[in-house]
Design a protein. Sequence first.
Length: 451
Amino acid sequence: MSREENNNNQNNENTQQKKLATYTLGCKVNQYETQALIEMFEEAGYASVSIDEGADVFIINTCTVTSMSDRKSRQMIRKARKLNPMAVVAVTGCYAQLSPEEVKKIKGVQVIAGTSQRHRLLDAVEAVLPMQESPVVLVESHQKGETFEPLSVKKTKEMTRAYVKIQDGCNQFCSYCIIPYARGSIRSRDKREVIEEVERLVKHGYQEVVLTGIHLASYGKEKKNSHELIDVLESIDKVDGLKRLRLGSLEPTLMQINFVERLMKLTTLCQHFHLSLQSGCNKTLKAMNRKYTTEDYEIAVNLIRQVAPTAAITTDIIVGFPGETDEDFNHTLAFAQKIGFADVHVFRYSAREGTPAALYEAQVAEEEKNKRSKSLNTAVDTMKAQYLAQFIGQETDVLIEKVSSLDNHFMEGHTRHYVRVLVPFEKKLLQHEVKVRITEVVKDYCKSILL
Ligand code: SF4
């Protein structure tokens, strides 16, 4: 059957609902944006299906943070085309924004939208002509002063936790990062819209909201007299029915005394702070163009711990950055141990074409990066175990999210400190916050008894 005949048949069978499948690469912001697109298509009558179910439209939301992300993005586009040669394939996200010419070369792509024109994606997909060869390209260069892209969600894939995007873009230009080029300069979502979205999500049964953005600490900074992040947090805290407010990745420089004082008064705030570190060596931080020192970082952590001594402090660290010597790495290792993180995502530096650091001399050998990554991860395992051990014998609240994927005799959820806890199985606990006592630590989670 030709594609034309196929389309005609579909038009004749009005009862047949069109199917949309999505695939998301990359970060929580991308996941949020995919969800917003799913809802946009559902409102237009599409049914959302999994990628293997033979959809009529595929949306691939791409990532470009490393060369590997680019490759995976291309693989998924080709996979979608292969799964249904009759389907419309639309490509969006950071890779599409930065490299539309490369995406165009992939046979069978019909719509390309970058990181600012997704509100036009549905119309473009609907307007695609059968057998159309050249794609519709909705990629516009990011402009200074552009506004927050109008996307919103009512639900998420998880049952209790919903992500809310409140900020886009980044002006930091860390020397290893391509994101400011893919996302443009900072812009913030209107406070009223944020609150309305949180209220909607709570009405739909979500009890926990996680705020995300490309550089959350920049919220409100692009405009004079606009709302600051703390104003938005205080308003979210007042939303009726919201139990937990969690923050995405933050810069340590945000943790100034006034901010922390106001932050710690929020009753829904989770005691979990992901403070981006990247390196525990000042020389490396400077080469990365990060705007703080290890001393600033430590002050930020101490400010939090003065009010919330058991708060989970988590972070990201890159090992093997160009020019990082053994001694520099040892500074990072020692600094991480000094802070005593609850968890660390360890990344091996990967040169990203188009960034200054990719051109730095003294690139570190892969073997050395692996060695450093292993050594840091071993230290992280010890830190994690120590962090979790302090809760043994303690009472805490767990928001039950699902039947445990580790052992179906247990339910599973997180505490406000983002500790993963197993609770003896009782189906009726699902989506409820329950009181438990932690009894033991097993690997990177805790077991508990109900109180
Ligand atoms: S803060 Fe640095 S690492 Fe984060 S998105 Fe901006 S440039 Fe990239």
